[in-house]
Structure formats: C-alpha cells, structure tokens
Design a binder for this molecule. Structure first.
Ligand SMILES: [Zn+2]
Ligand SMILES: [Zn+2]
Length: 318
C-alpha cells in the first residue's frame, strides 16, 4: 500500500507568495556561500543538502490523498490536489478511458471538493468513477457542486460512468484488497475518518476533526479507530494555543495527534490540513514543537512525526 499526498492545505488553496519565495531564496543563497556550484551535478548535490523548508515546498493544494497497491486506485477527498493527481493518472489507463477510481469523501466542505470539476479522468468516457460517502444524498451533493451558477460544466455532463456507494459508520467495506472502515469525527456537519487495512498494514486518514473534551467512551472509540496504525494522517491545523482559542471551529493540533498516536500505538504521524496563514518555515517549526512535545511527555516513544508535504509518498508495503 502506497499513500501519496496531493493536497495538504486546509480551508482554501494557498499559492506561495513572492515574499515567502524570496525569504526561501535568501536562506538558500546564504547556505550557498563558498559552495562549488560550477555544474548541474554540483548544484543538484547542493540542493540535496537543503533543509526541507528550503529544498521544497509544503504546497498550497487542499486535501487529496491517493492510496494504491498497484491494482486499485483509491482517492481520499477531492480538494484542489486532485487536479494534479488527475494529470498524473491521465498517463495511465485513465488516459485511454479504461481507468477505475474509487473516491472516498471525509465530508463535502469546499476544501475537500473544489478540485473535482478539474479532475480530467472524470471527463473521459469509459472511465469508471465510484463515489463513497457516509453523508446522505451523495449524488445530489456532487451535482450541487457544479450547478450552472457556479461552474460551466454540469456534473453529469462529465463523460465518465459514475457509481454511488452509500456506506455506514463503523461498518467495514472492501475495495480490491483493501478493507476500509469509516468512523464519525467531530466537525461541523460531521466529517468521517477512514481506516484502511491492507494485508497486515494499517493506514488511518483522520482529517477535519476537533477532539474537545471527549467522553471516556468517545476517546476510547478514537483510540480504537487509530490503533496500531502504521501511518496516521491527522488534522493538526492549529498550534496548541489556537486549539484553545478556536474552539468549535472543527480542527485540532499536532499535540493532540501526538497524544492519540502514543495512546493508539501508531508508528508514524503525519500532520496535515495546514492553515493557509502559515508559511513553510512555520509549519516546520510546528513539526519541531510536536517532536519536542513527544520527547517531553513520552520520552520512551518511538513515534515518527512529520509535517505533510505535497508529493510525499509513504510506502507501507515493506
Ligand atoms: Zn477541511
Ligand atoms: Zn471541513
């Protein structure tokens, strides 16, 4: 099972500003002082040595992740990250109208659906698009995204064949070799997390949730849902201070992710749904804060912690 992140921003797509780019450039040039950059090979080697915030970008696309085992293509949410995913898929059987995609929705807020009208494989006749959701009236929700007042091409004019699958919370279903269980999270209008079981590996996708004063029972339910995950994608939009101030906005902090991960025996925590106001350097500082929090509170923990970057891939097959 390979998990690839195509959009890791929360709320709204967030292109990098010139100011942020220039800050990055300044840091890079500062590090280049005295380094031999006389040919492409040496420049590539220098770039390899860059810290993450300077050698790449967090990315500005909203939530979209791809889960595949090489046979089955599953897409989690259709934020603006699904647009570049679609371009990539067009190089495979999807470009010939022979592709089959399974698209699972956590919920239908704009940042989780705004990319779908730009998902080119959905326009190609012959491609099969399967939509899954716990919320009722999934088809109406999809159609509503593209009514003429807001988008020129209606949903059902897109040429692919579309299939809708109503799924139930806490009831496992299968797609190919994946066994998948949705569970309700705490978010305005409800969001649903997904637990993927593939052979002996577990990936948990838990975005758009606040874990405010859960009852013992709710807490245990979340811990069960995340238990023994090899990889947990967690909504850590807020700093710890913001998590207190922005009560009821429906998001969480990286620290809550660390607490749940340790309690649930998670191996690797990936913090995503980054707030649009944060520059890459701040997101990396928040990652460091989470590592500090782990070391301070759980000195024996071996939990790996990373901020989500667009384009990152996690291979859970080994
Ligand atoms: Zn969101
Ligand atoms: Zn939301």
């Amino acid at each position: 099972m390979i998990v690839t992140l195509w959009g890791v921003r929360g709320s709204v797509p967030t292109p990098m500003t010139s100011d942020e780019y220039q800050e990055k450039l300044k840091r890079v040039l500062g590090q280049a002082n005295g380094v031999d950059l006389s040919d492409d090979e040496k420049i590539d080697a220098f770039i390899e040595t860059m810290p993450r915030e300077d050698g790449g970008v967090v990315g500005g696309n909203t939530t979209c992740a791809q889960v595949t085992d090489g046979e089955t293509t599953i897409v989690l949410d259709a934020g603006s990250g699904i647009r570049p995913l679609g371009q990539r898929l067009m190089g495979s059987e999807f470009g010939k109208g022979q592709g089959e995609a399974h698209i699972l929705f956590s919920h239908h807020h704009h940042d989780h659906t705004n990319g779908f009208p730009f998902f080119v494989p959905a326009y190609i006749p012959g491609n099969q698009m399967h939509f899954y959701g716990v919320h009722e009236a999934l088809e109406e929700r999809m159609v509503g995204l593209q009514v003429r007042e807001y988008f020129p091409v209606p949903f059902h004019v897109m040429g692919s064949q579309k299939h809708f699958h109503q799924i139930e919370p806490d009831v496992p279903f299968t797609i190919g070799e994946f066994e998948i269980t949705p569970t309700q999270l705490n978010h305005p209008g409800h969001s649903y997390g997904y637990r993927f079981h593939w052979r002996d590996k577990v990936f948990v996708f838990a975005t758009d949730s606040e874990y405010k004063n859960p009852s013992e029972e709710e807490y245990e339910h979340y811990v069960d849902f995340m238990s023994n995950a090899d990889l947990l994608y967690f909504d850590g939009q807020y700093s710890l201070v913001e998590a207190f101030i922005k009560e009821d906005w429906g998001h969480s902090s990286a620290m809550a992710g660390v607490d749940f991960s340790v309690r649930s025996n998670v191996k690797q925590l990936v913090i995503g749904h980054h707030d649009p106001v944060y520059a890459d350097v701040t997101i990396l500082e928040m990652q460091q804060d989470a590592i500090f929090y782990r070391d301070f509170n759980y000195p024996d923990s071996e939990l790996a912690i990373a901020a989500a970057f667009e384009g990152d891939s996690y291979d859970l097959s080994q």
